[in-house]
Write a protein of this length. Structure first.
Length: 256
């Protein structure tokens, strides 16, 4: 079954609303950064947070504009996208329940070079930027956890991956990362959005995804993608997927 074809091949982000190898098992839910905190620090932080809905395709931060809040997803996930001149937008990071959006705030930074788009609908805790800074000043444990989160994201190998790895392995990695953050075998994603996130033409994604589907790794129909054989998909993924997981495990070891 062939994947559906969308409208354009240049992938402008015009359709995005401004609102709101081993068999590695998928994690279970809740935000892992918050779970790593000592109970008293966790309770104090959550008292300063408010629940916030992550609406599919919402742009929750804009390039070059100060971050007003930080976000701790416990379901759903967010893509960090950069725009370079007239080239198609490119995903440079992904944030799910293992991480947070806004870790730069602990360094005194507010403006970022990327836009944050909700890629998977869900829910999160949200905290005001100034309040987060105050909480970090009051709690070394909170500051350490957030700095570790920032270090992990800075080490994500997206740019090297985009430069040296072929579309098929990159797509496999991206699908695994999406599945990890969706906490489900099935999630919604369009062909155009996959091409946008990988920074490639839609036809390249079509060829790679059709090959995965033919071999029983995935099933795709009208925007609904199901991972049918996760171990086989991991075997197809580039080495960056395992490297990211290993780095996250090493940096967060002993903090839980």
């Amino acid at each position: 079954m062939r994947m559906g074809v969308g409208a354009s091949e240049r992938h402008p982000v015009q359709g995005v609303s401004e609102q709101t190898v081993k068999n590695i098992p998928m994690p279970q839910a809740q935000n892992l950064l918050i779970q790593q905190l000592p109970p008293a620090v966790r309770k104090r932080l959550q008292e300063q947070c408010e629940p916030f809905e992550l609406v599919l395709s919402a742009e929750i931060s804009k390039r070059g504009q100060p971050l007003s809040h930080a976000y701790f997803p416990h379901s759903g996930f967010i893509s960090l996208v950069i725009d370079v001149d007239t080239y198609p937008a490119l995903e440079v990071g992904m944030v799910g329940r293992e991480s947070m959006l806004g870790s730069e705030l602990v360094l005194g930074l507010a403006k970022t070079p990327w836009r944050a788009l909700v890629q998977g609908a869900g829910h999160c805790w949200r905290i005001d930027a100034q309040t987060l800074r105050q909480e970090c000043d009051a709690s070394p444990a909170l500051r350490q956890v957030i700095q570790t989160s920032l270090l992990v994201r800075l080490h994500q190998q997206t740019l090297a991956c985009e430069r040296f790895h072929e579309i098929g392995p990159r797509l496999a990695r991206w699908l695994l990362m999406s599945q990890d953050r969706a906490h489900a075998d099935t999630f919604y994603v369009t062909q155009e959005f996959m091409a946008l996130m990988l920074g490639v033409r839609r036809v390249g994604v079509t060829v790679a995804a059709n090959e995965f589907q033919k071999n029983g790794l995935i099933e795709y129909h009208r925007g609904e993608l199901t991972v049918r054989n996760r171990p086989a998909l991991q075997a197809q993924a580039c080495s960056c997927y395992a490297a990211d997981l290993q780095l996250h495990a090493e940096l967060t070891e002993g903090q839980a």
